[in-house]
Design a protein around this ligand. Structure first.
Ligand code: TXD
Length: 329
């Protein structure tokens, strides 16, 4: 059977790890596109030369031409600038919106049948723009943020409770910004509520809440914590692995339930905005949004997060005036 083809748009930090994971898991042939000449070619040559040791049989190609992404089954976009210490993701809107427009036009022309996973920040606005420019059905255009934010939340819980992170389940919903919404009520260790475990550990409800609040806060600021430590650039292993989990769910039709930045059409009380919610991911892309009851406090935090996303979307027509009509649709 013909191997799947994965196109990576952006050959920077995340793009490089994406390519390595695609190859090591033999998800398919990989084409890496970047505007910088030599960069994608060099990275793909370097990776191809270790196939003997890593034991993979996939083709790897670096390119500066969109024509080479033709026939891609999945495109993963990381093109754009990462933030610097002190910047918020939203500060990247002006520059990355212009890059995303170019990228989406390239995908529309050369890989019109592809599923598209967006990683570039500010995530929710970039996914929105990508869908509007390509005009692809929303179930084929979605974003990675929640898988990573949830993974970070799970890590903090595992470290706090001294248990394997494999047994921790916790989800972060909403926009990929400081307003994201870690869902505490359903956080569990193999079904056992995390809050109950914290109460037993500290023998005190107030202290347990304080510890959880600190983990929630760290989750919200986790990207910035890495940015500050690196001094130059942002997280790259974790967003790459998270996007690969999503790509694999689609390529292998796994029907995984993952938090995905998907277009809401009434679900969770939101109409016509992209934001992070649990979705079933399979060979149809976003096959279903999994709705569940939020309590009043969670819904208020979710609405607040959606409002932050709306604000960014409202700025897009000023940045891309030529697209004002499409953006309002
Ligand atoms: O979870 C998430 N969604 C994220 C998102 C977590 C961490 C970082 N996230 C964002 O991903 C970050 O804020 C950036 O917007 C992107 C990419 O991050 P990365 O760390 O990979 O950035 P790099 O190393 O700077 O790589 C970006 C590449 C670089 O090689 C540029 O030459 C290229 O993008 N680039 C372009 N490629 C194609 N087309 C155009 N126009 C273009 N402009 C720049």
């Amino acid at each position: 059977m013909k191997r799947a083809k994965i196109a990576l748009i952006g050959g920077g930090q995340i793009g490089g790890v994406l390519a390595q994971l695609c190859a090591q898991r033999e998800l398919g042939d990989v084409v890496m596109f970047d505007i910088v000449e030599g960069l994608p070619q060099g990275k793909m040559l370097d990776l191809a030369e270790v196939a003997r040791m890593d034991q993979f049989d996939v083709e790897l190609k670096g390119t500066n031409s969109y024509a080479d992404i033709a026939g891609a089954n999945i495109v993963i976009i990381t093109a754009g600038l990462p933030r610097k210490p002190g910047m918020s993701r939203d500060d990247l809107l002006g520059i990355n919106a212009k890059i995303m427009k170019q990228v989406a036009e390239g995908i529309k022309e050369h890989a019109p049948e592809a599923f598209v996973i967006v990683i570039s920040n500010p995530l929710d606005a970039m996914v929105t723009l990508c869908q509007k420019v390509t005009g692809f059905p929303p179930e084929r255009v979605f974003g990675q943020a929640g898988v990573l934010d949830s993974s970070r939340f799970c890590a903090f819980i595992a470290w706090e409770l001294g248990v394997s992170v494999r047994d921790v389940n916790a989800m972060v919903l909403g926009g990929h910004g400081d307003t994201m919404v870690p869902i505490v009520r359903y956080a569990n260790v193999n079904g056992i509520p995390v809050m109950e475990q914290l109460e037993r550990k500290y023998g005190d409800k107030a202290k347990a809440k304080e510890v959880m609040d600190a983990m929630v806060q760290r989750t919200k600021m986790a990207g910035g914590e890495v940015v500050k430590l690196l001094g130059n650039g942002s997280a790259f292993y974790s967003p790459a692995s998270s996007a690969i989990a999503m790509a694999e769910a689609v390529l292998r039709d796994q029907k995984r339930v993952l938090p995905v930045c998907a277009l809401l059409r009434g679900e969770f009380g939101v109409d016509n905005y992209y934001v992070g919610v649990p979705c079933v991911l399979g060979d149809g892309g976003v096959e279903r949004i999994v709705e569940f009851e939020l309590d009043a406090e969670e819904q208020a935090m979710f609405d607040n997060s959606v409002n932050a996303v709306k604000k960014l979307i409202d700025e897009l027509p000023t940045i891309l005036p030529e697209m004002a009509d499409i953006l309002k649709s």
